[in-house]
Design a protein around this ligand. Structure first.
Ligand code: AMP
Ligand code: MG
Length: 337
């Protein structure tokens, strides 16, 4: 299998911007890839049964071929096109949390091409709740596989401008919507085993999942972690700047070359090149990836991120902060302070 998809897409396509879900869906039905807003982050979609179109997603993003895609559906009947079996746990999660920011992992139906699932015999399925996403998916008339619409390794895009920054000239169309509501990728829960396992934390929290299936656990990566959720080993969520997690504003070193993001405090966050104070964890999650991109655009060298309590959405937020702080770019790419 190819280790990394070859970069055969020349930056030369004309990328059409549209506010019309129907017009965007016409591109997709012709086998072109289309970026579209959802409540989590912007996705980059292709029809699930169109292998050449799916290949274009990997090429446009520079996404490694061993990183599986999530299939997005617009109605429950489409589940049977994708999953060989809908397990009892999945049925309960679907009844409670679809449409919404939750992906269930199920045994894959034979018709789903291997390229979509990176050769796994399972498939991730989600039904977005964002009205524009729903209209777009309905107009597509087929399930749509879509990873986040960023160049591989960059923070997920939460605005159409961020999609354009990464993929202009590399994709046929961007469905232009507002800034995404959640700002972090979907919760991923593996429903194929004895107990459901949360492979990736998101806006549907462990506490919420447990109200439906009390045995649900957070997956703790051990030796077999890579096989379980291949995408999690790749560089994700990280800006070019160095990310440092601090307990509070006073742990950050003020400088024009530094950024700070955290919760609102009585003290103002002065003395930083870029600063963002949020009312609560929900706003912090919504703004994080945009702030990363804003800091990169301004040439900030270090971004200080205030840690939050690890409950509810705080689990997902801390997961992304840790990944961004651990997965630093190679020294050649890092900017000098
Ligand atoms: P993205 O949409 O860019 O956030 O990427 C989708 C992520 O969902 C992948 O990187 C995986 O971590 C996870 N995922 C998708 N499909 C599967 C699957 N069949 N099994 C396990 N994890 C999956
Ligand atoms: Mg992604």
């Amino acid at each position: 299998m190819m280790k990394r998809s070859q970069e055969t897409v020349a930056a030369g396509l004309k990328t059409v911007l549209t506010r019309s879900p129907k017009r965007a869906a016409e591109f997709l039905r012709r086998g072109e890839v289309v970026a579209f807003p959802t409540e989590t982050v912007y996705g980059l979609g292709a029809p699930v049964f169109d292998e050449p179109a799916i290949r274009k997603i990997f090429e446009a993003k520079g996404r490694p071929a061993d990183n599986p895609l999530i299939a997005h559906i617009s109605n429950i009947r489409q589940l049977n096109l994708l999953a060989r079996r809908v397990t009892p746990a999945a049925q309960k999660f679907i009844a409670k949390f679809f449409p919404g920011p939750l992906t269930v992992i199920l045994p894959k139906a034979p018709a789903v091409p291997d390229i979509a699932t990176a050769g796994l015999d399972t498939v991730g399925i989600r039904m977005p709740s964002d009205p524009q996403a729903r209209e777009f998916l309905r107009a597509c008339g087929t399930p749509v596989v879509a990873p986040s619409a960023n160049r591989s390794g960059k923070p997920s895009p939460t605005t159409w401008e961020a999609v354009r920054e990464d993929l202009d000239g590399r994709i046929a169309c961007i469905l232009r919507g507002g800034a995404t509501e959640v700002g972090l990728e979907s919760t991923v829960v593996d429903c194929t085993g004895r107990v459901p396992l949360v492979l990736r934390a998101g806006a549907v929290t462990l506490e919420q999942l447990r109200t439906v299936v009390p045995s649900t656990r957070l997956f703790r990566p051990r030796k077999n972690a890579l096989a379980r959720s291949p995408g999690m080993k790749h560089r994700h969520y990280a800006p070019r700047a160095r990310v440092v997690i601090v307990d509070s504003l006073s742990g950050a070193v003020r400088s024009e070359n530094a950024g700070f993001i955290g919760l609102r405090t009585p003290k103002p966050a002065t003395g930083f090149g870029q600063a963002m104070l949020c009312q609560n964890v929900v706003e912090y999650a919504r703004r994080l990836f945009h702030f990363f991109r804003q800091c990169d655009a301004a040439g900030v060298a270090t971004i200080y991120c205030e840690s939050v309590a690890e409950s509810g959405l705080g689990v997902a937020l801390m997961d992304r902060l840790r990944r961004a702080s651990e997965m630093q770019p190679s020294p050649g790419r890092r900017r000098s302070a």
